[in-house]
Design a protein around this ligand. Structure first.
Ligand SMILES: NC(=O)C1=CN([C@@H]2O[C@H](COP(=O)(O)OP(=O)(O)OC[C@H]3O[C@@H](n4cnc5c(N)ncnc54)[C@H](O)[C@@H]3O)[C@@H](O)[C@H]2O)C=CC1
Ligand SMILES: O=C(O)CCC(=O)C(=O)O
Length: 528
């Protein structure tokens, strides 16, 4: 099988080496496409890579039936319709670490340029104006830098600012007093930061909660000498409010790398002497571009070859170590979901998944996702995958409940999947046997020992002499060979179950003949 990867924005050629070296991947490198051209091209691609320029809208996602992964060679994913990607089972990955240093260094360059009027002075000099008095700046030492968003870039900026002997105050919803103390920064609310800082720098993602978080009210809280730096995303600052705050001398200056609309050609903020700006250059270094392209290329190769995403944005990220621990259980968890969903009648309402034995110590959420995928695929088909399984269940009002229990029934590890519908509740338990692989060990109340693979026939029947023989004869009439057979019962003459592995799938007529036997209550023929 070969895959096609479409590169939509300019990327470092060296950084694409992992993709170019992959024999099963064709790289189509056409940066700078208009949306119409992109719409045409996505039809046949398995993966897309973008930076911040290309917008991946719902329309693009829906025009790409083979699309499996969108790689963002950078951090911010605000140019990608994540809901559309998730709904269509498309994994979105980014490169969260590759440009941190470059973006932090660019922020420091903006901070120093702003403090010392370097761009303005240079512009005057080019116009033969030796202006010294008008270009007087301020020192950074002993000034307060307010950081909003103390994530990767914010933390690197804090470190550098402390090197300049600045005081740092920060707000981040995940910042605790203890963590702030450890980092040597003061901890405050957004208001505290806005009121006390001489320089304010923004390092949050652009989301609904952060859109226009720096608005007219925010500027009113700032000191008249305050200067603001935005190297995160346009849209976090209300640009009209910033313009008015600068014109009305509510604040003293602004350094902008990012704008609400890019490219920001002819923008009114660029007419103000108090504003210095760069055209979204935060990540534009040789090092950062190579790092992000390598990271995202590696992740895409891995995902297309059925590996797990290292830096997923639209599913919970799981460390490689945890993935290694869980890897042997993936087949078992999915097969249990497939198996029990095929045996259960009615409209699915609830899925309970119980983990016991050594699984109690593992992070089992990826296994739950895999089981739900196995269950939902019965009705929703292969468009359901790890990315959209939970969302698809939620949309249908299906409750998913994951629990760790001590009831391992003597097995080293045990996964039990219980399905509740509007008609019945059924359950299956499976284990991973050392050296032997997955086994189904319990079906409802019956103990069994079944390999969850191949053609299976599950028959619920009354425990009567001759029932097993009759089933054998009916199968033989259709030339169906029984490879293995497991029988379980609750009590003598009561309800019982037969699980057969057969060499080929049953024709409908054969299933009907078995279901017409007086001893038989239900027959299911399935393939795992
Ligand atoms: N100018 C450029 O070229 C670049 C811009 N960026 C932008 O910088 C942003 C931050 O990047 P990283 O530090 O790598 O991300 P990160 O995810 O490591 O940090 C973001 C931080 O913002 C915090 N946050 C979220 N909501 C907040 C709120 N309402 N108030 C305060 N803090 C909040 C988060 O808790 C997190 O700690 C990215 O989302 C991207 O948009 C990133 C790289 C380059
Ligand atoms: O791709 C770029 O150059 C911009 C980087 C950026 O904004 C990001 O990583 O969020």
């Amino acid at each position: 099988m070969s895959f096609r990867v479409l590169i939509c924005d300019p990327l470092s050629e060296e950084g694409l080496t992992p993709l170019k070296n992959a024999e099963d991947i064709e790289v189509i490198n056409t940066p700078g496409m208009q949306q119409e051209e992109l719409l045409e091209k996505v039809n046949k691609v398995d993966a897309l890579i973008v930076r911040s320029q290309t917008r991946i809208s719902r329309e693009i996602v829906e025009a790409a039936p083979n699309l499996k992964v969108i790689g963002r060679a950078g951090v911010g994913v605000d140019n990608i319709d994540l809901d559309a990607a998730t709904e269509h089972g498309v994994i979105v990955v980014n490169a969260p670490d590759g440009n941190t240093i470059s973006a932090a260094e660019h922020t420091m360059a903006m901070l120093m340029s702003l403090a010392r009027n370097i761009p303005q002075a240079y512009n005057l000099l080019r116009k033969d104006k030796w202006e010294r008095k008008a270009m007087i700046g301020v020192e950074l030492k002993d000034k307060t830098l307010g950081i909003i968003g103390l994530g990767r870039i914010g933390a690197e900026v804090a470190r550098r600012a402390k090197g300049q002997r600045m005081n740092v105050i920060a707000y981040d919803p995940f910042l605790t007093k203890e963590k702030a103390e450890k980092m040597g920064v003061d901890y405050g609310s957004v208001e505290d930061v806005l009121k006390t800082a001489d320089f304010i720098t923004l390092h949050t993602p652009l989301m609904e909660e952060t859109r226009h978080m720096i608005n007219r009210e925010a500027f009113q809280l700032m000191k008249p000498s305050a200067r603001i730096i935005n190297c995160s995303r346009g849209g976090i600052i209300d640009e009209d409010a910033l313009y008015d705050a600068l014109v009305e001398k509510q604040i003293a200056g602004a350094a902008l790398d990012v704008f609400e609309e890019e490219p920001a050609i002819g923008h009114k903020l660029l007419e103000l002497d108090e504003v210095i700006a760069t055209p979204h250059l935060g990540a534009s270094t040789i090092e950062a571009q190579e790092n992000v392209a390598v990271d995202v290329s590696k992740d895409i190769v891995h995902i297309l070859r059925d590996g797990n995403a290292r830096n997923p944005v639209n599913i919970a990220s799981v460390s490689e170590e945890v993935m290694d621990q869980l890897a042997p259980y993936f087949t078992l968890s999915e097969k249990l979901g497939q198996f029990i969903s095929r045996l259960t009648r009615g409209v699915l309402e609830k899925i309970n998944i119980y983990y016991a034995g050594e699984l109690v110590d593992h992070q089992t959420n990826p296994l739950t996702r895999n089981t739900v995928k196995g269950i939902l695929r019965l009705h929703l088909g292969s468009r359901i995958n790890e990315v959209n399984a939970f969302m698809a269940a939620d949309e249908r009002g299906i409750i998913i409940n994951e629990q760790k229990t001590t009831h391992s029934r003597g097995f080293t590890n045990l996964i039990t999947v219980e399905i509740q519908t509007n008609e019945e509740t059924r359950s299956v338990s499976g284990t991973l046997l050392n050296g032997l692989g997955p086994r189904i060990v319990k079906l409802d109340q019956y103990s069994v020992d079944v390999l969850p693979a191949g053609n299976l026939v599950v028959i619920r029947h009354h425990d009567k002499p001759g029932a097993i023989g009759k089933v054998g004869n009916l199968l033989a009439e259709d030339d169906i060979n029984i490879a293995t057979m497991q029988v379980g019962r609750t009590d003598l003459g009561g309800h019982a179950v037969m699980v057969l592995t057969v060499d080929k799938p049953l024709e409908e007529a054969c299933t009907n003949k078995i279901s017409q036997m007086e001893e038989v209550r239900q027959v299911h023929s399935l393939q795992l």
